[in-house]
Design a protein around this ligand. Structure first.
Ligand code: GTP
Ligand code: MG
Length: 434
Protein backbone atom coordinates (compact mmCIF):
# COMPACT_ATOMS: atom_id res chain seq x y z
CA UNK A 1 0.00 0.00 0.00
CA UNK A 2 2.77 2.41 1.12
CA UNK A 3 4.82 1.44 -1.92
CA UNK A 4 2.06 2.14 -4.41
CA UNK A 5 1.31 5.49 -2.69
CA UNK A 6 5.01 6.39 -3.04
CA UNK A 7 4.92 5.48 -6.77
CA UNK A 8 1.81 7.57 -7.23
CA UNK A 9 3.49 10.61 -5.62
CA UNK A 10 6.59 10.21 -7.84
CA UNK A 11 4.35 9.97 -10.91
CA UNK A 12 2.40 13.08 -9.89
CA UNK A 13 5.63 15.07 -9.39
CA UNK A 14 6.88 14.04 -12.85
CA UNK A 15 3.57 15.11 -14.45
CA UNK A 16 3.76 18.44 -12.53
CA UNK A 17 7.31 19.05 -13.76
CA UNK A 18 6.29 18.36 -17.37
CA UNK A 19 3.34 20.76 -17.08
CA UNK A 20 5.53 23.44 -15.51
CA UNK A 21 8.17 22.97 -18.17
CA UNK A 22 5.64 23.20 -21.01
CA UNK A 23 3.92 26.23 -19.49
CA UNK A 24 7.00 28.30 -18.80
CA UNK A 25 8.96 27.56 -21.96
CA UNK A 26 10.71 30.79 -22.89
CA UNK A 27 8.49 32.38 -25.53
CA UNK A 28 9.65 31.90 -29.06
CA UNK A 29 6.94 34.00 -30.68
CA UNK A 30 8.14 37.32 -29.24
CA UNK A 31 6.00 37.25 -26.07
CA UNK A 32 8.10 37.91 -23.00
CA UNK A 33 6.69 36.15 -19.95
CA UNK A 34 8.71 38.36 -17.59
CA UNK A 35 7.21 41.47 -19.17
CA UNK A 36 3.69 40.08 -18.91
CA UNK A 37 4.34 39.36 -15.28
CA UNK A 38 5.62 42.91 -14.67
CA UNK A 39 2.65 44.40 -16.51
CA UNK A 40 0.20 42.31 -14.54
CA UNK A 41 1.90 43.39 -11.34
CA UNK A 42 1.55 47.08 -12.26
CA UNK A 43 -2.10 46.64 -13.26
CA UNK A 44 -2.77 44.97 -9.94
CA UNK A 45 -0.88 47.77 -8.17
CA UNK A 46 -2.90 50.46 -9.92
CA UNK A 47 -6.13 48.62 -9.13
CA UNK A 48 -4.95 48.48 -5.56
CA UNK A 49 -4.46 52.27 -5.64
CA UNK A 50 -7.95 52.73 -7.02
CA UNK A 51 -9.23 50.52 -4.27
CA UNK A 52 -7.45 52.66 -1.71
CA UNK A 53 -8.93 55.81 -3.20
CA UNK A 54 -12.34 54.16 -3.18
CA UNK A 55 -11.92 53.05 0.40
CA UNK A 56 -10.86 56.53 1.49
CA UNK A 57 -13.96 57.89 -0.17
CA UNK A 58 -16.06 55.24 1.48
CA UNK A 59 -14.56 56.29 4.79
CA UNK A 60 -15.46 59.90 4.14
CA UNK A 61 -18.99 58.91 3.35
CA UNK A 62 -19.41 56.86 6.50
CA UNK A 63 -22.22 54.67 5.26
CA UNK A 64 -25.28 54.66 7.47
CA UNK A 65 -25.57 50.94 7.67
CA UNK A 66 -21.88 50.29 8.19
CA UNK A 67 -20.36 49.76 11.57
CA UNK A 68 -17.99 52.70 11.27
CA UNK A 69 -17.76 54.57 14.54
CA UNK A 70 -19.52 57.93 14.30
CA UNK A 71 -16.74 60.45 13.81
CA UNK A 72 -16.45 63.87 12.23
CA UNK A 73 -15.41 65.10 8.83
CA UNK A 74 -12.24 67.10 8.55
CA UNK A 75 -12.55 69.56 5.71
CA UNK A 76 -8.84 69.88 4.97
CA UNK A 77 -8.02 66.23 4.40
CA UNK A 78 -11.46 64.83 3.68
CA UNK A 79 -10.53 62.12 6.15
CA UNK A 80 -12.69 61.44 9.14
CA UNK A 81 -11.32 62.75 12.37
CA UNK A 82 -12.67 63.66 15.74
CA UNK A 83 -10.96 67.06 15.85
CA UNK A 84 -13.62 69.26 14.42
CA UNK A 85 -15.10 72.34 16.00
CA UNK A 86 -18.87 72.46 16.17
CA UNK A 87 -20.79 75.67 15.59
CA UNK A 88 -23.04 77.22 18.20
CA UNK A 89 -26.13 75.72 16.62
CA UNK A 90 -29.16 73.55 17.19
CA UNK A 91 -31.59 71.51 15.14
CA UNK A 92 -34.95 73.03 15.98
CA UNK A 93 -38.32 71.28 15.98
CA UNK A 94 -41.73 72.72 16.75
CA UNK A 95 -44.27 69.94 16.97
CA UNK A 96 -47.07 68.20 18.81
CA UNK A 97 -46.95 64.98 20.84
CA UNK A 98 -49.03 63.09 18.30
CA UNK A 99 -46.46 63.82 15.60
CA UNK A 100 -43.93 61.55 17.33
CA UNK A 101 -43.64 58.90 14.61
CA UNK A 102 -43.31 61.48 11.85
CA UNK A 103 -40.68 63.45 13.72
CA UNK A 104 -38.74 60.26 14.46
CA UNK A 105 -38.74 59.57 10.76
CA UNK A 106 -37.40 63.07 10.01
CA UNK A 107 -34.81 62.68 12.74
CA UNK A 108 -33.61 59.35 11.44
CA UNK A 109 -33.23 60.80 7.97
CA UNK A 110 -31.28 63.86 9.14
CA UNK A 111 -29.14 61.88 11.58
CA UNK A 112 -28.20 59.39 8.84
CA UNK A 113 -27.43 62.00 6.23
CA UNK A 114 -25.77 64.61 8.42
CA UNK A 115 -25.90 64.72 12.17
CA UNK A 116 -24.49 61.30 13.01
CA UNK A 117 -21.10 62.74 12.07
CA UNK A 118 -21.51 65.92 14.15
CA UNK A 119 -23.93 65.30 17.03
CA UNK A 120 -25.52 68.74 17.04
CA UNK A 121 -28.09 69.18 19.81
CA UNK A 122 -31.81 68.98 19.08
CA UNK A 123 -34.26 71.47 20.61
CA UNK A 124 -37.97 70.61 20.70
CA UNK A 125 -40.65 73.22 21.31
CA UNK A 126 -44.36 72.76 21.95
CA UNK A 127 -47.28 74.86 23.18
CA UNK A 128 -48.20 71.87 25.40
CA UNK A 129 -45.86 69.85 27.63
CA UNK A 130 -44.08 67.04 25.80
CA UNK A 131 -45.13 63.59 26.94
CA UNK A 132 -42.74 61.09 28.47
CA UNK A 133 -42.85 58.81 25.43
CA UNK A 134 -42.09 61.66 23.08
CA UNK A 135 -39.06 62.63 25.14
CA UNK A 136 -37.87 59.04 25.47
CA UNK A 137 -38.01 58.11 21.79
CA UNK A 138 -36.68 61.36 20.40
CA UNK A 139 -33.77 61.23 22.86
CA UNK A 140 -33.02 57.70 21.65
CA UNK A 141 -33.03 58.81 18.02
CA UNK A 142 -30.82 61.89 18.47
CA UNK A 143 -27.05 61.54 18.29
CA UNK A 144 -26.67 64.86 20.12
CA UNK A 145 -28.23 66.06 23.35
CA UNK A 146 -31.94 66.88 23.39
CA UNK A 147 -33.84 69.66 25.16
CA UNK A 148 -37.60 70.18 25.43
CA UNK A 149 -39.23 73.57 25.89
CA UNK A 150 -42.75 74.65 26.75
CA UNK A 151 -43.71 77.80 24.86
CA UNK A 152 -45.11 80.48 27.20
CA UNK A 153 -48.80 81.20 26.40
CA UNK A 154 -48.05 84.87 25.67
CA UNK A 155 -45.70 83.79 22.85
CA UNK A 156 -48.20 81.35 21.38
CA UNK A 157 -51.76 82.51 21.97
CA UNK A 158 -53.68 85.00 19.88
CA UNK A 159 -52.65 88.49 21.08
CA UNK A 160 -55.15 90.46 23.20
CA UNK A 161 -55.45 93.27 20.66
CA UNK A 162 -57.04 90.96 18.07
CA UNK A 163 -60.73 91.76 17.51
CA UNK A 164 -62.33 88.36 18.00
CA UNK A 165 -65.43 89.12 15.88
CA UNK A 166 -63.30 90.16 12.94
CA UNK A 167 -61.16 87.06 13.50
CA UNK A 168 -64.21 84.74 13.43
CA UNK A 169 -65.47 86.45 10.29
CA UNK A 170 -62.22 85.66 8.52
CA UNK A 171 -62.31 82.04 9.65
CA UNK A 172 -65.80 81.67 8.10
CA UNK A 173 -64.77 83.48 4.93
CA UNK A 174 -61.61 81.40 4.60
CA UNK A 175 -63.61 78.18 4.91
CA UNK A 176 -66.02 79.36 2.22
CA UNK A 177 -63.17 80.33 -0.10
CA UNK A 178 -61.17 77.19 0.57
CA UNK A 179 -58.10 79.05 1.87
CA UNK A 180 -55.40 76.50 2.76
CA UNK A 181 -55.56 75.94 6.56
CA UNK A 182 -57.94 78.93 6.64
CA UNK A 183 -60.22 77.11 9.08
CA UNK A 184 -57.49 76.62 11.69
CA UNK A 185 -56.78 78.88 14.64
CA UNK A 186 -53.84 76.81 15.87
CA UNK A 187 -52.25 77.11 12.42
CA UNK A 188 -52.48 80.90 12.70
CA UNK A 189 -50.89 80.77 16.17
CA UNK A 190 -48.16 78.56 14.77
CA UNK A 191 -47.43 80.97 11.89
CA UNK A 192 -47.39 83.96 14.26
CA UNK A 193 -45.06 82.10 16.64
CA UNK A 194 -42.75 80.99 13.83
CA UNK A 195 -42.62 84.55 12.55
CA UNK A 196 -41.87 86.32 15.78
CA UNK A 197 -41.02 84.09 18.70
CA UNK A 198 -39.11 80.88 17.93
CA UNK A 199 -35.74 82.65 17.99
CA UNK A 200 -36.25 84.13 21.46
CA UNK A 201 -37.42 81.04 23.32
CA UNK A 202 -35.40 80.42 26.47
CA UNK A 203 -33.81 77.19 25.19
CA UNK A 204 -32.95 78.76 21.85
CA UNK A 205 -31.38 81.98 23.19
CA UNK A 206 -27.97 80.39 23.72
CA UNK A 207 -27.58 79.48 20.03
CA UNK A 208 -26.47 81.46 16.98
CA UNK A 209 -27.79 79.15 14.23
CA UNK A 210 -30.79 76.86 13.81
CA UNK A 211 -31.82 74.18 11.36
CA UNK A 212 -35.59 73.85 11.19
CA UNK A 213 -36.97 70.34 10.90
CA UNK A 214 -40.61 69.33 10.51
CA UNK A 215 -42.30 65.98 11.02
CA UNK A 216 -42.38 63.62 8.04
CA UNK A 217 -39.63 65.18 5.93
CA UNK A 218 -36.82 63.34 4.17
CA UNK A 219 -33.27 64.22 3.14
CA UNK A 220 -31.96 62.31 0.14
CA UNK A 221 -28.20 62.93 -0.03
CA UNK A 222 -25.25 62.73 2.34
CA UNK A 223 -24.44 66.26 3.46
CA UNK A 224 -20.64 65.69 3.59
CA UNK A 225 -20.28 69.15 5.13
CA UNK A 226 -21.46 71.10 8.11
CA UNK A 227 -24.09 73.56 6.86
CA UNK A 228 -23.79 75.64 10.04
CA UNK A 229 -20.08 76.06 9.44
CA UNK A 230 -20.80 76.95 5.84
CA UNK A 231 -23.28 79.60 7.00
CA UNK A 232 -20.83 81.19 9.44
CA UNK A 233 -17.76 81.06 7.22
CA UNK A 234 -19.64 82.51 4.26
CA UNK A 235 -21.57 85.09 6.28
CA UNK A 236 -24.92 83.58 5.29
CA UNK A 237 -27.92 84.51 7.39
CA UNK A 238 -30.76 82.63 5.77
CA UNK A 239 -30.89 79.57 3.55
CA UNK A 240 -33.45 77.49 1.70
CA UNK A 241 -33.92 74.50 -0.57
CA UNK A 242 -37.30 75.20 -2.18
CA UNK A 243 -38.80 78.46 -3.36
CA UNK A 244 -42.26 78.75 -4.88
CA UNK A 245 -45.32 80.98 -5.28
CA UNK A 246 -47.60 81.61 -2.27
CA UNK A 247 -51.40 81.26 -2.45
CA UNK A 248 -52.45 84.88 -2.77
CA UNK A 249 -55.74 84.35 -0.91
CA UNK A 250 -53.75 83.77 2.30
CA UNK A 251 -52.08 87.18 2.20
CA UNK A 252 -54.37 89.79 0.56
CA UNK A 253 -52.92 92.77 2.47
CA UNK A 254 -49.42 91.52 3.34
CA UNK A 255 -47.55 93.34 0.60
CA UNK A 256 -49.31 96.66 1.27
CA UNK A 257 -48.25 96.28 4.91
CA UNK A 258 -44.67 95.59 3.82
CA UNK A 259 -44.72 98.69 1.61
CA UNK A 260 -45.97 100.77 4.56
CA UNK A 261 -43.13 99.31 6.62
CA UNK A 262 -40.55 100.18 3.96
CA UNK A 263 -41.93 103.72 3.77
CA UNK A 264 -41.61 104.11 7.51
CA UNK A 265 -38.13 102.55 7.70
CA UNK A 266 -36.51 103.20 4.29
CA UNK A 267 -33.07 102.85 5.88
CA UNK A 268 -33.80 99.15 6.63
CA UNK A 269 -33.99 98.17 2.98
CA UNK A 270 -30.55 96.78 2.20
CA UNK A 271 -28.84 98.51 -0.76
CA UNK A 272 -27.96 95.08 -2.20
CA UNK A 273 -31.26 93.42 -1.28
CA UNK A 274 -33.15 90.73 -3.25
CA UNK A 275 -36.16 93.01 -3.69
CA UNK A 276 -36.20 92.26 -7.41
CA UNK A 277 -36.45 88.55 -6.69
CA UNK A 278 -39.79 89.07 -4.95
CA UNK A 279 -41.17 91.79 -7.23
CA UNK A 280 -40.13 90.86 -10.76
CA UNK A 281 -43.08 89.44 -12.66
CA UNK A 282 -41.45 88.90 -16.02
CA UNK A 283 -41.39 85.52 -17.74
CA UNK A 284 -38.81 82.99 -16.66
CA UNK A 285 -37.72 80.37 -19.15
CA UNK A 286 -40.46 81.38 -21.54
CA UNK A 287 -43.16 80.76 -18.93
CA UNK A 288 -45.83 83.39 -18.35
CA UNK A 289 -47.69 83.42 -15.06
CA UNK A 290 -50.49 85.49 -13.66
CA UNK A 291 -49.01 86.59 -10.35
CA UNK A 292 -51.87 88.62 -8.87
CA UNK A 293 -52.49 92.31 -8.45
CA UNK A 294 -49.92 93.43 -5.90
CA UNK A 295 -46.30 94.28 -6.67
CA UNK A 296 -45.27 91.15 -4.74
CA UNK A 297 -44.75 88.25 -7.15
CA UNK A 298 -45.63 85.74 -4.37
CA UNK A 299 -42.17 84.13 -4.40
CA UNK A 300 -41.17 82.81 -1.02
CA UNK A 301 -38.70 80.37 0.50
CA UNK A 302 -40.48 77.27 1.76
CA UNK A 303 -39.85 77.63 5.47
CA UNK A 304 -40.35 74.02 6.55
CA UNK A 305 -36.65 73.76 5.66
CA UNK A 306 -34.54 76.61 6.95
CA UNK A 307 -31.02 77.02 8.20
CA UNK A 308 -30.60 80.49 9.56
CA UNK A 309 -28.76 82.94 11.74
CA UNK A 310 -30.84 83.48 14.88
CA UNK A 311 -29.22 86.87 15.42
CA UNK A 312 -30.76 88.09 12.17
CA UNK A 313 -34.22 87.36 13.60
CA UNK A 314 -33.20 88.95 16.92
CA UNK A 315 -31.99 92.12 15.16
CA UNK A 316 -33.76 95.45 15.67
CA UNK A 317 -34.59 95.52 11.96
CA UNK A 318 -36.34 92.17 11.98
CA UNK A 319 -38.13 92.81 15.29
CA UNK A 320 -39.40 96.18 14.04
CA UNK A 321 -40.58 94.42 10.88
CA UNK A 322 -42.33 91.63 12.78
CA UNK A 323 -44.00 94.03 15.24
CA UNK A 324 -45.15 96.24 12.38
CA UNK A 325 -46.77 93.25 10.66
CA UNK A 326 -48.15 91.68 13.82
CA UNK A 327 -49.92 94.79 15.06
CA UNK A 328 -52.00 94.99 11.86
CA UNK A 329 -53.58 91.66 12.89
CA UNK A 330 -52.97 90.17 9.43
CA UNK A 331 -51.83 86.85 10.91
CA UNK A 332 -55.41 86.43 12.19
CA UNK A 333 -57.70 88.56 9.99
CA UNK A 334 -56.06 86.84 7.05
CA UNK A 335 -53.90 83.72 7.20
CA UNK A 336 -50.36 84.97 6.74
CA UNK A 337 -47.82 82.18 6.70
CA UNK A 338 -44.41 82.40 8.32
CA UNK A 339 -42.85 81.46 4.97
CA UNK A 340 -43.71 84.68 3.10
CA UNK A 341 -43.05 86.67 6.28
CA UNK A 342 -39.51 85.25 6.67
CA UNK A 343 -38.86 85.40 2.95
CA UNK A 344 -39.86 89.01 2.50
CA UNK A 345 -37.72 89.95 5.52
CA UNK A 346 -34.71 88.08 4.14
CA UNK A 347 -35.29 89.66 0.73
CA UNK A 348 -35.46 93.25 1.89
CA UNK A 349 -33.35 93.42 5.07
CA UNK A 350 -30.41 91.27 3.97
CA UNK A 351 -27.72 91.56 1.36
CA UNK A 352 -28.71 89.10 -1.38
CA UNK A 353 -25.38 87.34 -0.80
CA UNK A 354 -26.42 86.60 2.77
CA UNK A 355 -29.18 84.32 1.48
CA UNK A 356 -28.15 80.89 0.27
CA UNK A 357 -29.75 78.16 -1.81
CA UNK A 358 -28.56 74.67 -0.73
CA UNK A 359 -28.97 72.88 -4.01
CA UNK A 360 -27.50 69.48 -3.32
CA UNK A 361 -29.18 68.36 -0.10
CA UNK A 362 -32.24 66.67 -1.64
CA UNK A 363 -35.42 67.12 0.37
CA UNK A 364 -39.06 66.19 0.56
CA UNK A 365 -41.88 67.76 2.53
CA UNK A 366 -45.22 66.63 1.17
CA UNK A 367 -46.02 67.31 -1.64
CA UNK A 368 -42.73 68.72 -3.02
CA UNK A 369 -39.41 67.11 -3.88
CA UNK A 370 -36.13 68.81 -4.63
CA UNK A 371 -32.95 66.96 -5.49
CA UNK A 372 -29.72 67.37 -7.43
CA UNK A 373 -29.90 66.06 -10.98
CA UNK A 374 -26.23 66.02 -11.99
CA UNK A 375 -25.17 62.38 -12.02
CA UNK A 376 -21.80 62.98 -10.38
CA UNK A 377 -23.43 64.77 -7.43
CA UNK A 378 -25.97 61.97 -7.10
CA UNK A 379 -23.11 59.48 -7.13
CA UNK A 380 -20.70 61.21 -4.79
CA UNK A 381 -23.35 62.31 -2.33
CA UNK A 382 -25.04 58.93 -2.55
CA UNK A 383 -28.46 60.43 -3.16
CA UNK A 384 -31.35 57.99 -3.24
CA UNK A 385 -34.27 59.69 -4.91
CA UNK A 386 -37.73 58.10 -5.05
CA UNK A 387 -38.89 56.92 -8.45
CA UNK A 388 -41.32 58.89 -10.57
CA UNK A 389 -41.29 62.10 -8.54
CA UNK A 390 -41.12 65.54 -10.08
CA UNK A 391 -38.33 67.89 -9.08
CA UNK A 392 -40.01 71.15 -8.02
CA UNK A 393 -36.93 73.10 -9.18
CA UNK A 394 -37.82 72.49 -12.80
CA UNK A 395 -41.57 72.99 -12.41
CA UNK A 396 -43.42 76.12 -13.45
CA UNK A 397 -44.39 76.69 -9.80
CA UNK A 398 -40.76 77.08 -8.70
CA UNK A 399 -39.27 80.54 -8.13
CA UNK A 400 -35.74 79.17 -8.44
CA UNK A 401 -35.12 80.62 -11.93
CA UNK A 402 -36.01 84.02 -10.47
CA UNK A 403 -33.59 83.44 -7.62
CA UNK A 404 -30.82 82.53 -10.03
CA UNK A 405 -31.55 85.65 -12.00
CA UNK A 406 -32.14 88.18 -9.25
CA UNK A 407 -30.77 86.61 -6.08
CA UNK A 408 -27.19 85.66 -5.37
CA UNK A 409 -26.94 83.49 -8.47
CA UNK A 410 -25.84 79.91 -8.78
CA UNK A 411 -23.00 78.65 -6.62
CA UNK A 412 -21.46 75.26 -5.98
CA UNK A 413 -20.86 74.44 -2.36
CA UNK A 414 -18.42 71.61 -2.59
CA UNK A 415 -16.45 70.24 -5.49
CA UNK A 416 -17.11 66.54 -5.77
CA UNK A 417 -14.15 65.07 -7.55
CA UNK A 418 -11.25 62.81 -6.88
CA UNK A 419 -8.07 64.86 -6.56
CA UNK A 420 -5.88 62.27 -8.33
CA UNK A 421 -8.24 62.03 -11.26
CA UNK A 422 -8.29 65.81 -11.42
CA UNK A 423 -4.48 66.02 -11.41
CA UNK A 424 -4.30 63.52 -14.27
CA UNK A 425 -6.88 65.53 -16.15
CA UNK A 426 -4.90 68.74 -15.63
CA UNK A 427 -1.70 67.03 -16.77
CA UNK A 428 -3.53 65.80 -19.88
CA UNK A 429 -4.70 69.32 -20.65
CA UNK A 430 -1.16 70.69 -20.18
CA UNK A 431 0.20 67.97 -22.47
CA UNK A 432 -2.29 68.79 -25.20
CA UNK A 433 -1.20 72.43 -25.08
CA UNK A 434 2.46 71.61 -25.72
N1 GTP B 1 -46.68 72.45 19.10
C1 GTP B 1 -47.37 72.71 17.99
N2 GTP B 1 -46.78 72.61 16.81
C2 GTP B 1 -47.50 72.84 15.70
C3 GTP B 1 -48.86 73.21 15.75
N3 GTP B 1 -49.30 73.39 14.47
C4 GTP B 1 -48.25 73.12 13.68
N4 GTP B 1 -47.15 72.79 14.40
C5 GTP B 1 -45.81 72.51 13.89
O1 GTP B 1 -45.45 73.60 13.08
C6 GTP B 1 -44.81 73.17 11.90
C7 GTP B 1 -45.64 73.58 10.69
O2 GTP B 1 -46.92 72.98 10.75
P1 GTP B 1 -47.47 72.04 9.61
O3 GTP B 1 -48.78 71.49 10.04
O4 GTP B 1 -46.43 71.09 9.20
O5 GTP B 1 -47.71 73.11 8.47
P2 GTP B 1 -47.40 73.01 6.94
O6 GTP B 1 -46.02 72.48 6.74
O7 GTP B 1 -47.75 74.31 6.35
O8 GTP B 1 -48.46 71.98 6.44
P3 GTP B 1 -48.37 70.40 6.18
O9 GTP B 1 -48.51 70.32 4.72
O10 GTP B 1 -49.52 69.85 6.95
O11 GTP B 1 -47.07 69.91 6.70
C8 GTP B 1 -44.65 71.66 12.04
O12 GTP B 1 -43.38 71.41 12.60
C9 GTP B 1 -45.75 71.27 13.00
O13 GTP B 1 -45.40 70.13 13.73
C10 GTP B 1 -49.48 73.30 17.05
O14 GTP B 1 -50.64 73.62 17.18
N5 GTP B 1 -48.69 73.05 18.12
MG1 MG C 1 -45.28 70.74 7.51
Amino acid sequence: MAKSLFLLLVLASIVQLIIYHLHFQPATDGVNIANIFENTKSIIASRYNETQIYLNRAKVKGSTNSYIEPVYLNDKTGILTENVKLENATILVLCRNWELVDILSSMRSLEDKFNKDYHYPWTFLNDEPFEEDFIKWTTEMASGKTEYGLIPPEDWNTPDFIDLDRYEENIEKSIEEGVLYGFSKSYRNMCHFNSGYFFRQELVMKYDYYFRVEPGVQYFCDFQMDPFKFMRENKKKYSFVVTLYEYDNTIPSLWQTVEDFMNQYPEYVHPNSSLEFITDKGPTGGVFLDLGESAYNLCHFWSNFEIGDLNFFRSKEYLDYFNFLSKTGGFYYERWGDAPVHSIAASILLDKNEVHHFEDIGYNHVPMYTFPTASNIIKYKRCVIPKDVENIDTEVSSCLPRWWKFGSGKRFLKENYDENEYLLFKQGVEKMKT
